[in-house]
Design a protein around this ligand. Structure first.
Ligand code: FES
Length: 112
């Protein structure tokens, strides 16, 4: 199910915005020269929050141990080998950004 999270005009190319769905945080990033992407704001290193992550237009940097993740794929590009930051489908419609969080994920979030 897609959730309206942000006015499209509120996200600048090369920037990152933190949004809330089901009382959990997601990152909506727009990599420079690419398309906006949505990621769960949890670091795959140890599930710490990425709400305070920095984004330089290309990579997200975790504030905890400074590992960096590709803003297009979520893949870890520094630090130790790990899973990518979880990515969710995103669409832009009627001037707004929507993020798709499947029902099974929402159920898990409510229970967790
Ligand atoms: S918790 Fe993100 S790099 Fe360690």
């Amino acid at each position: 199910m897609f959730h309206r999270v942000l006015e499209a005009a509120a996200l600048a190319e090369g920037a990152c915005e933190v949004v809330t769905i089901e009382r959990k945080r997601w990152l909506v990033v727009w990599p420079t020269g690419g398309e906006p992407k949505a990621f769960r704001a949890l670091c795959p290193h140890d599930e710490s929050s990425l709400v305070e992550a920095t984004f330089d237009g290309r990579e997200m940097t975790c504030p905890h141990h400074r590992w960096r993740f590709d803003g297009t794929t979520g893949a870890c590009v520094s630090g130790q080998k790990c899973a990518p930051v979880k990515q969710y489908d995103l669409k832009i419609e009627d001037g707004a950004i929507f993020v798709d969080v499947p029902e099974k994920v929402k159920k898990r979030l409510r229970e967790g």
